[in-house]
Structure formats: structure tokens, C-alpha cells
Design a protein around this ligand. Structure first.
Ligand code: SAM
Length: 257
């Protein structure tokens, strides 16, 4: 058994933690795949990383060793004591308890400007948040139930991340990188804003507990300049949604309705 699995099991036991399926708590315990995720993020010491769902910090500690600053947003307050224990040696990590879908990525990244490192955004006057560093990367072993919503949230942020490295279900990663005529609404919504690629496959057995399906490391490189010039994104998606809405109908008829 590798040392990361031993550490994870020991940490969960000592803190009396039972993993919650409904929050997608399948923790990655294999150091080879953890290192691959970190390598995919192409980190340097001047990078600010936003990590979604650090769990008990196995991936976060690796990110903290390679990046300048890490902001780790965890929804489950019950994990925080174990998370704080793992991350105690890393002063460049800020832990925030909250739901990533309710938080503004730019505000989170601005927290790196706070020397006292507040643990929540509550009580912080937004007007005081300076956009200290608007360049940031996102790394997440995403809870599967928020995959699409989280990608949408990140790609529609007022400043898009430089790079997004996500662990997602393998089948979802394949759908996201699909080309015409296999594209889905999800593929169009991602590829309009970023170039997606699958970096590696992660077998289900690399997680504790193992999920039902394999995963993949997906890297999204947001375009510097959009591939198409859209006068209105809302209008564009209205048309695309109509097109995908009734696949059996002729496109002309779908668009008419
Ligand atoms: N990063 C750890 C790893 O690689 O082993 C844990 C990944 S686990 C798949 C997903 C984590 O996301 C869990 O710790 C879960 O509690 C957290 N989570 C679930 N929904 C969330 C949300 N809406 N916002 C932030 N974290 C969330």
C-alpha cells in the first residue's frame, strides 16, 4: 500500500470522518495520478491556484509545493480540522469554507492579498477587495455532480482562469473534447471559451472509495481571443440550445419553434 493511502486512512480514522457520497467524496489516493494532475497545471512559484474541493488536502499539499499561493474552497465544514492538519506546514494556502458555485472566483483569488487570510468571505467588504492578482489557474478533482455547473461558473467569471485542470468522469471528458458531428451542448459551451484536451486517464481504483467509473484529467486552455465574435452570448446559446433541443427534428423546424 502506498504512503498516501496510509496517510489518508489514518487521517480519516483519527478525525472520525465518514466520506459523503452525496458530496462526491471519492478521494484520490494514488501519488502517480496526483503528480500528473499537478504537472498538467504547469505551475511555477508565481502562480495563484484556486482549488475546488480540497477534501483533506492530499492534492492541495502538492499544489502548495509547486505554486506561489493556493486558495482551497471546501464545502464540507466537517473536513476542515483534517484539512487544516494536512496543510499546517504550508503558509501559502488559504482555506475557505463554502460552495464554489456561490462564490466569485475573482474575489477568492483576491484573498491572497490579505495577510491575515480570513477563512470565509463573510464579513469582507467587497469594495475592499483589490484585484491583487487577476491571473490564476484552477485545479480540481471535481465532485461529479457539479462538473458542468462548475465549468460554466469558471468560464463565465469576469476574468477567466489562465488554465483549468479538472478530474472528471472519463465519459464526460470525452464528450467535452468531441468534434462535429458528435458535439453536445456541453462541448459547444466549453469549446467556445477554451481548448480542451484529455491529459491522462485515471482508473477508478486510484480513488478511495473507488467510484463506479474511470476518470480523466481534462485540461482547458481558455482562448486568448474567442474563435468566433459573438455580439450576444445569450442569443448564441438560445440558438444552440434550440438546435440541440429536438435532435430528431430538422434544424430549420427546431429554430422556427
Ligand atoms: N481534492 C481531494 C482529492 O483529490 O482527493 C477531494 C476530491 S473529492 C472528489 C471532491 C471534494 O469536493 C470533496 O471534498 C467535497 O466535499 C467537495 N465539494 C463538493 N461540492 C462542493 C462545492 N459545491 N464547493 C466546494 N467543494 C465541494
Amino acid at each position: 500500500m502506498n504512503s498516501d493511502v496510509v496517510h489518508l486512512g489514518d487521517l480519516l480514522r483519527r478525525h472520525g470522518l465518514h466520506l459523503k457520497k452525496r458530496l462526491g467524496q471519492n478521494f484520490l489516493a494514488d501519488p502517480v495520478h496526483l503528480d500528473r494532475i499537478v504537472a498538467a497545471a504547469e505551475l511555477g512559484l508565481d502562480d495563484v491556484v484556486l482549488e475546488i474541493g480540497p477534501g483533506v488536502g492530499t492534492l492541495t499539499a502538492r499544489l502548495a509545493r509547486q505554486a506561489g499561493q493556493v486558495i482551497a474552497v471546501e464545502l464540507d465544514a466537517g473536513l476542515l480540522p483534517a484539512l487544516r492538519e494536512t496543510l499546517a506546514p504550508y503558509p501559502n494556502v488559504t482555506i475557505v469554507q463554502g460552495d464554489i458555485l456561490q462564490l466569485d472566483p475573482i474575489q477568492l483569488v483576491s484573498l491572497t492579498a490579505y495577510p491575515a487570510q480570513p477563512a470565509t468571505l463573510d464579513g469582507i467588504d467587497n469594495s475592499q477587495l483589490t484585484i491583487h492578482n487577476s491571473k490564476f489557474k484552477v485545479v480540481a478533482n471535481l465532485p461529479y455532480y457539479i462538473t458542468s455547473a462548475a465549468i460554466r461558473h469558471l468560464l463565465s467569471a469576469s476574468v477567466r482562469p489562465e488554465l483549468i485542470v479538472l478530474t472528471v468522469q472519463r465519459e464526460v471528458a470525452q464528450r467535452i473534447i468531441a468534434k462535429p458531428p458528435e458535439m453536445s451542448l456541453l462541448a459547444v459551451s466549453v469549446q467556445l471559451f477554451a481548448q480542451p484536451e484529455i491529459v491522462a486517464r485515471i482508473p477508478a481504483g486510484a480513488f478511495y472509495p473507488p467510484p463506479k467509473v474511470d476518470s480523466a484529467i481534462l485540461r482547458l486552455r481558455p482562448w486568448q481571443h474567442p474563435p468566433v465574435d459573438l455580439p450576444s452570448e445569450d442569443h448564441f446559446f438560445e440558438v444552440v440550445r434550440a438546435g440541440f433541443g429536438q435532435r430528431r427534428k430538422q434544424l430549420r423546424n427546431s429554430l422556427k419553434s
